[in-house]
Write a new protein. Structure first.
Length: 68
């Protein structure tokens, strides 16, 4: 069987940067209010999950200590 590979030349760096710049212009960046609100939500959720994991870990530890 013949080898069905296509010889693709690498695009020059200048063309790559132009493409990257064009893609960045397409991004819809969030405004400051949205970014702040979402950041606060992520921080609060992270703290809540940390507390939940700590509590579950403590319960398991005390349970295993009581059994063993």
């Amino acid at each position: 069987m013949a080898d069905n590979t296509v010889n693709v030349e690498k695009a020059p760096k200048k063309s790559w940067w132009k493409g990257l710049k064009a893609e960045f212009k397409k991004i819809i960046w969030p405004d400051k209010k949205t970014l702040t609100r979402e950041t606060i939500a992520v921080v609060i959720l992270s703290v809540v999950m940390c507390v939940i994991i700590f509590v579950v870990d403590a319960i398991i530890k005390f349970g295993l200590d009581a059994i063993l």
